[in-house]
Design a protein. Structure first.
Length: 750
């Protein structure tokens, strides 16, 4: 049956099959329920019963509603892609017949893809590790299988109960069922928790770090082996031989491992999976017992069926020699695909040598093994810039002391005011916990000229922040793609060299969009199977922008502004070391530890921040105030002082509209009447030698049309009006005054 629906089909037939799969996919749950009986939604997968074998329990047979892949891990050959192939499999008919039957069904009901009702979703409740004494005792009976013959407890590394596995024996049949505690339901549920699962026997493994580790296939064999090999540690995994990779094998690192599988084909598959996982996780040695060549063992036998002694393990053979490289390859690749990108980068050379392939070939194989994404999703970069994983400090960290330490380090290398130093230090801490905020203020480092310390301060922040991604030039597309892929702290130097080019508006728009989490997205189209599909990219991450010229006002509005000046000849600072990042690793670990411990206490409260010239500036500082409040009273006082000092002096020279409205307000205040003439306003603005209006128009003075263009977005337009017998052109005074009240801060009485 399996071969019948897996045979290659003519190209035209395959194209039709793909089209039909796409039509049927929206109703996958309803169709699967009709073909297979009971089914339920579990995240992105549909669990169903397999009508071709005697199993009424959901779990082993699943259909991925995103990719269309399906399979039954209890029947390795029962795998395929798409609903047409699934229909052919469960109905035991050729794919061509399934194609015709389903095409006829769709033609009979053209609205099938939209109108066919689907059974209600049955969400799978969460289960969790618990202390058994703190909850209701687990059930004694299964509703269908009755009393268990035995049970096994799986404990996590902390000694907490993760789940039980019950074994039932009825009418000569042996079945197992998991049971785990759900705080959500306040009850024991017959299901596994989310993988990875702890190993059975993990506590013994942790308690005996020097002992050899024996891996059996199944809990019954593990119990028997523990009696036969008292000087060794015995472990196994849950969920059967086909799901070995669902368990956490990382605890085998540095251990001597002997694999004792069952004498059958699934046992060989299990031995390969465990060997691949152990090798990937850097076990000291991995060997396998050749049970398949033992004449005294019958097919399906394991250690529970034979009484052996410790010397039995001496016959184990090195796994890398016992299995061929071709046999090991898929299992090593699958285990490597579960590694973090940094761990994979560090292990790829050794694993490639083990398999006899090039490192880039291994990387390509791992990439192919990564689960496919839904339509419209682009491939994220597989290369990680953050291979060196930062671990939090083991000791608790005091917040006030931490901020003082960061400030002292900043002052060692850069000349800043006390308010600026504490603001940068608090922003660095924020970069570790930015996901907890809905506002993400940028850090804008600005100076009137070169050699004021911008690059030094930027490099210092690179050495201190979480997942720093530095660039002296970057395209708009690279910004949102990098943020979507890595959630970095993005640091852009020399921004004045490219924020003024043709892409500056697009660049500024992307940077600005990342200020508010709810709006921090850009939409672009990408080609998928010849069609252009829209895709959303996140732009929400901490950003530092360093430049000489001032950027657009919209960027300034979303930034904490640090204005640098060139140091005096009498001022001295240290030079950053080449390995500055490594030297500051301890401080970064302490920042990460403090963030992990306290990020949930960081609360964004706008009213905790002093009043400022505009709401957006207050939002920016409210983020730093929130982190300072969690750091401690000393930090809070310092950041509040910095907010008052910096926010009031952060206006840069390029605030064109603000400067114009300020000067117009003074001119309007000196006039009486309902209207004011455009020519008079331009003439008086041209007399202000200290302002830009005398050279704003390519070296020439501001004109009436130029004035109208700047005021147009505010809704102010020049109109004709009569002054006696003369017709003049100008603005309505009350309209200008309303604009002043709305966009300028209130005047403080002298």
């Amino acid at each position: 049956m399996a071969n019948r629906y897996k045979k290659p089909l003519p190209r035209a037939t395959l194209q039709s099959q793909k089209q039909l799969d796409a039509v049927l996919l929206p109703n996958a749950l309803a169709l699967i329920t009709e073909w297979c009986g009971d089914a339920e939604v579990r995240g992105n997968e549909i669990a169903m019963t397999n009508p071709l074998r005697d199993d009424e329990t959901l779990g082993s047979f699943t259909f991925n509603a995103g990719s269309g892949a399906w399979g039954d891990f209890a029947t390795p050959d029962m795998r395929g892609y798409g609903l047409v192939a699934l229909y052919a499999a469960v109905k035991s008919v050729p794919v061509a017949d399934a194609l015709q039957a389903l095409r006829d069904m769709v033609l009979a009901d053209p609205a099938l893809a939209l109108s066919r009702p689907a059974p209600p979703k049955r969400e799978k409740p969460e289960v969790q590790a618990v202390d058994p004494d703190c909850v209701i005792q687990p059930p004694d009976l299964h509703p269908d299988l009755g009393c268990p013959a035995t049970s096994w407890a799986y404990l996590d590394h902390a000694g907490k109960l993760s789940f039980y596995v019950y074994r039932f024996e009825q009418d000569g049949k042996k079945q197992t069922r998991p049971v785990a505690w759900s705080a959500q339901k306040n009850a024991w549920l017959w299901q596994y928790p989310k993988p990875p699962y702890p190993l059975y026997g993990l506590q013994s493994l942790l308690a005996h770090p020097q002992a050899r580790v024996v891996v059996t296939e199944g809990e019954k064999a593990a119990d028997a082996a523990a009696l036969q090999f008292p000087d060794d540690v015995v472990v196994t995994s849950a969920c059967g031989s086909e799901q070995a990779l669902s368990s956490d094998w990382s605890w085998l690192k540095g251990r001597r491992v002997v694999i004792a599988p069952d004498k059958d084909e699934p046992g060989r598959h299990y031995a390969l999976a465990v060997a691949g996982s152990a090798l990937v996780h850097e076990a000291q040695s991995v060997s396998v017992l050749d049970v398949w060549s033992m004449p005294s063992w019958a097919a399906g036998d394991d250690l529970a069926d034979h009484q052996v002694g410790p010397e039995f393990l001496d016959a184990a053979q090195d796994a890398a020699e016992f299995f061929t490289q071709a046999e090991l390859e898929p299992h090593v690749v699958k285990a490597a695909a579960k590694l973090g990108k940094g761990d994979l980068d560090r292990r790829k050379d050794a694993l490639a040598t083990l398999l006899g392939v090039k490192a880039r070939t291994l990387t390509s194989l791992v990439k192919e093994e990564t689960p496919s994404k839904g339509a419209g999703d682009e491939e994220k970069p597989t290369h990680s810039l953050f291979a060196d994983v930062l671990e939090p400090s083991e000791e608790e960290v005091d917040g006030d002391t931490l901020l003082d330490e960061i400030v002292a380090l900043i002052n060692r290398y850069v000349i800043l005011t006390p308010a600026q130093a504490v603001s940068v230090a608090c922003w660095v801490v924020f970069s570790y916990g930015f996901e907890s905020m809905r506002i993400c203020p940028q850090l804008l480092i600005n100076s009137p000229a070169k050699r004021c310390g911008k690059s030094t301060l930027l490099e210092l922040i690179v050495n201190l922040s979480l997942r720093p991604l530095a660039a002296s030039n970057i395209s708009p597309a690279a910004i949102y793609r990098a943020i979507e892929a890595w959630r970095p702290t993005l640091l852009i130097d020399e921004a004045d060299t490219f924020l003024g080019g043709n892409s500056s508006e697009d660049m500024a728009g992307i940077l600005n969009s990342g200020h508010n989490r709810g709006l921090a997205f850009v939409i672009r189209t990408t080609e998928v199977d010849g069609e252009h599909v829209p895709k959303s990219y996140s732009t929400f991450c901490p950003k530092v922008i360093a430049m000489i010229k001032a950027p657009a006002d919209t960027i300034i509005d979303r930034s904490i502004v640090i204005r640098l000046e060139r140091k005096l000849h009498t001022q001295r600072v240290d030079a950053l070391a080449v390995d500055g990042s490594e030297q500051m690793r301890g401080l970064r670990s302490r920042i990460l530890r403090w963030t992990n411990d306290h990020v949930e206490t960081v609360k964004f409260e706008i009213h905790a921040t002093p009043p400022m010239s505009n709401d957006r500036a207050r939002q920016n500082w409210a983020v730093l105030v929130a982190f300072a409040q969690a750091l401690g009273p000393k930090s809070l006082a310092a950041v509040l002082h910095a907010a008052n000092e910096i926010a009031n002096t952060a206006e840069l020279e390029e605030d064109l509209e603000g400067d114009l409205l300020t000067d117009l307000q003074e001119l309007v205040a000196m006039q009486s009447g309902a209207n004011i003439q455009s020519a008079m306003l331009v003439k008086e603005l041209g007399k202000m030698a200290h302002r830009r209006w005398i050279h704003i128009n390519h070296g020439k003075a501001l004109t009436e049309s130029g004035l109208a263009q700047i005021l147009k977005p505010f809704g102010a337009r020049p109109l004709k009006y009569r002054d006696g017998k003369v017709t003049l052109r100008g603005y309505v005074v009350c309209q200008l005054q309303q604009i002043f009240r709305r966009y300028l801060p209130p005047k403080v009485p002298a």
